[in-house]
Design a binder for this molecule. Structure first.
Ligand SMILES: [Zn+2]
Length: 419
């Protein structure tokens, strides 16, 4: 029998996990749609008077449209994963590259992995276009032109090539040459790379996509500087970013580490919030820094990466791992590729743990903000952001517990009001 692969117990484990994770995703999405629609016609009591019914209904329709697109993507991703693994596509691509490069070499492995990711990105393009030029456009958030979209995409491809390919070459080289503790060396390289990226992103990469101008409004600058002194925070710049050239959604964030650390406000945020509200939003962001949330999240992801690489180290020598996923080429690059493709199926069920930690941090940052600025200002800022970004005020509790990095609007506001 000329089967492309030998079905084994791992095949069934993989299929069961894929079915369970895809089924759970679709079930949670259906719950979210149902819940949001059921609450579409009444603004929750705690927001009555601040958010008009039309805005609440728009948020409901926007949420439902986004979730429906995600449902289509979930189904598509599951099919693509099956096609790549048991369907034999990854093996076929690997075989094609064996004609150009030495089978199992670093060059052949790099070609295989780059081809699969390029293919997956290209196939994901229609959904991205629907999101930006369909949904975001229809609800009035999109400011991106097709020309800007293409320019962004070309820059992203160039960056992925310039930064990603050398990293991939280094990882594959270590896997083949560094002995049985290669996973430890790969981990060290990945961590060094991630710190390096944190350092260069604000100064060298972000300016390629956006303009950063120093915050000008003298009253706001003074107010923010007083806040920074109060919180004992030294930043290396206070910038306004032209986020409005892509989207009318507003945001604020901190970027960089060490000497490149800077505070960035979206122009859309500065336009819509009054100085007190901007201060309260920044106090919240400062809270994340001061309470070491950034470092904790980084440590968490470093530990997770180490655990993943350790598991990959065990899997590379197991023929059942390759055979069970439909491939014959038992090369290191194939192991790495399969691991990157398949591990999300298994780790999906750990998702609520990450979001639980994140929501805990959000509550702590809110509490920090109320100690260093006015709680009322943060409430007003959040209500404006929920309204202007059309964020749903009535998420399904289970969907929210699984995915939301921020606490549900009503819970968060209620806690701030009693502060
Ligand atoms: Zn936060």
């Amino acid at each position: 029998m000329n089967t492309a692969f030998a079905v084994n117990a791992f095949t069934f484990l993989f299929l069961a996990a894929l079915l369970a994770s895809t089924g759970t995703r679709l079930w949670l999405a259906a719950r979210q749609v149902r819940h949001v629609r059921a609450h579409r016609d009444a603004v929750p009591v705690s927001f009555a008077g601040e958010i008009p019914l039309v805005a609440h209904q728009k948020a409901a329709d926007y949420t439902v449209a986004k979730v429906r697109l995600q449902m289509a993507e979930t189904g598509f991703d599951a099919l693509l994963l099956l096609l790549l693994t048991l369907g034999g596509l990854a093996q076929w691509i690997s075989t094609q590259w064996e004609r150009a490069f030495v089978p199992g070499s670093i060059a052949q492995g790099t070609a295989l992995i780059v081809t699969v990711f390029a293919l997956a990105s290209a196939l994901g393009l229609p959904a991205t276009l629907v999101r930006i030029f369909g949904i975001e456009e229809r609800f009035g958030f999109n400011k991106m032109t097709l020309k800007l979209f293409v320019a962004d995409a070309l820059k992203a491809i160039l960056l992925a090539g310039v930064l990603g390919i050398p990293l991939l070459l280094a990882v594959l080289w270590l896997m083949s040459a560094a002995g049985s503790y290669w996973w430890l060396y790969v981990w060290a390289v990945l961590m060094a790379f991630s710190v390096f990226m944190q350092m260069i992103i604000p100064a060298f990469i972000m300016p390629w996509f956006n303009k950063f101008l120093p915050l000008e409004d003298p009253a706001l600058v003074e107010r923010v500087e007083r806040l920074l002194v109060r919180c004992g925070f030294r930043s290396h710049g206070l910038f306004v970013m032209d986020g409005s050239k892509r989207s009318s959604h507003g945001n604020a964030f901190f970027a960089g580490v060490g000497a490149s650390k800077r505070i960035v406000l979206f122009d859309t945020l500065v336009q819509r919030l009054n100085p007190g509200e901007v201060e309260a939003v920044l106090a919240h962001e400062l809270g994340h820094y001061k309470l070491n949330h950034i470092k904790k999240s980084l440590a968490f992801s470093f530990a997770l990466t180490l655990a993943s690489l350790f598991i990959l180290g065990l899997l590379v020598g197991q023929p059942w791992f390759y055979a069970g996923l439909g491939v014959q080429s038992q090369t290191l690059s194939m192991a790495l590729l399969l691991f990157i493709l398949v591990s999300p199926v298994f780790s999906f069920f750990l998702h609520p743990l990450g979001t639980l930690l994140s929501r805990k941090h959000e509550f702590e940052a809110d509490a920090y903000a109320t100690r260093h600025s006015q709680a009322q200002d943060l409430v007003h800022a959040l209500v404006k952001l929920y309204r202007d970004n059309s964020s749903t005020l009535t998420p399904d509790p289970l969907h929210s517990a699984f995915y939301d990095s921020h606490p549900p609007a009503a819970t968060r506001i209620a806690r701030l009001r009693t502060a």
